[in-house]
Design a protein around this ligand. Structure first.
Ligand SMILES: [Zn+2]
Length: 117
């Protein structure tokens, strides 16, 4: 029940947009500090700590080894998740935008924290 309430709060959060990059929007709730990464039909929710860990993890990913050919002829980067049956895929452009967006979001998060203290 608590989890459900937390999730409902997140979905109802009054978020501010930290940054936009291509199709990626990263926002944060000023109340509970949860961060959202929104990319098309993908929505990831993180605490600040989890966000940092995710950002470090993805920046250390071996891009060459993570590229796979897809049936449409494109190569895409496949990002595994803790759920073995769910993977995220990114084109190279999306992957680069993703990193730029996370860098910007981290910076903006610090800016907003300074403003609110
Ligand atoms: Zn919130």
């Amino acid at each position: 029940m608590q989890v459900r309430q937390a999730l409902t709060h997140q979905l109802m959060c009054q978020t501010i947009v930290l940054c936009r990059k291509g199709p990626i929007v990263i926002s944060q709730c000023m109340e509970c500090k949860m961060l959202n990464i929104w990319l098309r039909n993908l929505l990831l929710n993180f605490t600040s700590e989890q966000f940092k860990m995710f950002k470090n993890f993805t920046s250390q990913l071996d891009v060459e080894e993570s590229m796979f050919p897809f049936p449409d002829g494109e190569e895409r980067l496949v990002l595994r998740t803790p759920h073995s049956d769910i993977c995220f895929t990114f084109s190279m452009t999306e992957w680069e935008d993703f990193h730029v967006a996370m860098e910007e979001a981290e910076y903006m998060q610090q800016v907003y924290q300074l403003m609110h203290h």
